[in-house]
Design a protein around this ligand. Structure first.
Ligand code: NAP
Length: 252
């Protein structure tokens, strides 16, 4: 089946690198107009937007800053007539051992929750209000295997932020389905990006591979087709669900 997203307007956060870059690329190749958000990687994001076409564009915001999160949605709407799909992908993983000074550990925890969870909640809230003024819409939130399996103790905040995303997304799916709004969690395992590289550098590639059922580590492009399917609306009856994409490393 060939999926055509020609008339879809989509906002992807963290589209400059890694998973978000691949998602934005796949959505664009399927015909969508994509607002590609970045924090600091302007050149890479503008190059991707130009290579995709479809009037796609790059747009900047630091999602760790409340005012910038709140402005992002309206900045996108000043360049697109409306938004059909929101993909909350941007995120951080700060290594923060429990031996760290209490105040530093707390700063790390707060920064992680602000960036990974509060920004997702605020953008989702704005999207729900926007979708209710039209014919509905789709929210796709990038959570993590860590929400279900737990994470190493250095990444407590990361796992907690991803668990928060799961219940946030289920609640949106439960409460707003009758208004034509659907919401999905994606729970990747290790995906070969800058973020995962810090784990691989520390523990080695074999440590990661030994956890997998497949014989290769997931690449960002492996997520693209699934996101295209969800963005098409063809999988709307799966609303509220979490889709694992972890090479069979964790099944729940
Ligand atoms: P990545 O390669 O580190 O890229 C992170 C992306 O988020 C970049 O586009 C970055 O923008 C953006 N970003 C970071 N901090 C930001 C901030 N304060 N404000 C706005 N944007 C910010 O990460 P990734 O591996 O692709 O991860 C993407 C998502 O998948 C994350 O939510 C992550 O938790 C999740 N995930 C990843 C893995 C994995 O193994 N890689 C596994 C499970 C879940 P700039 O480039 O402009 O800084």
């Amino acid at each position: 089946m060939h999926i055509n997203l020609k008339n879809k307007n989509i906002l992807v956060t963290g589209a400059s690198r890694g998973i978000g870059h691949a998602i934005a690329k796949h959505l664009g190749h399927a015909g969508a107009q994509v607002a590609m958000h970045y924090r600091s990687s302007r050149v890479a994001t503008e190059e991707l937007a130009a290579s995709i076409g479809n009037n796609s564009f790059a747009i900047q915001a630091d999602l760790g800053k409340k005012d910038e999160v709140m402005n992002l949605f309206s900045k996108v709407l000043s360049r697109m007539s409306h938004i059909d799909v929101l993909v909350n992908n941007a995120g951080i993983a700060i290594k923060s051992p429990i031996q760290k000074k209490d105040s530093d550990w707390t700063d790390d925890f707060q920064e992680t929750i602000e960036t990974n969870l509060v920004s997702v909640a605020v953008l989702s809230k704005m999207a729900v209000n926007h979708f209710m003024q039209g014919d509905g819409g789709i929210i796709i939130n990038i959570s993590s295997r860590a929400a279900f399996r737990g994470e190493t103790s250095d990444y407590v905040a990361y796992a907690a932020s991803k668990g928060g995303i799961v219940s946030l997304t289920k609640t949106i799916a439960k409460e707003f389905g009758k208004q034509g709004i659907t919401a999905f969690n994606i729970a990747p395992g290790f995906v070969l990006t800058d973020m995962a590289q810090q784990f691989i550098d520390e523990f080695g590639e074999d440590f990661v591979k030994n956890q997998l059922s497949l014989n290769e580590i997931t690449k960002p492009d492996d997520l693209g087709p699934l996101i295209v399917l969800l963005a098409s609306g063809l999988a709307k009856h799966a609303t509220g669900s979490t889709i694992d994409i972890n090479a069979g490393s964790y099944m729940h």
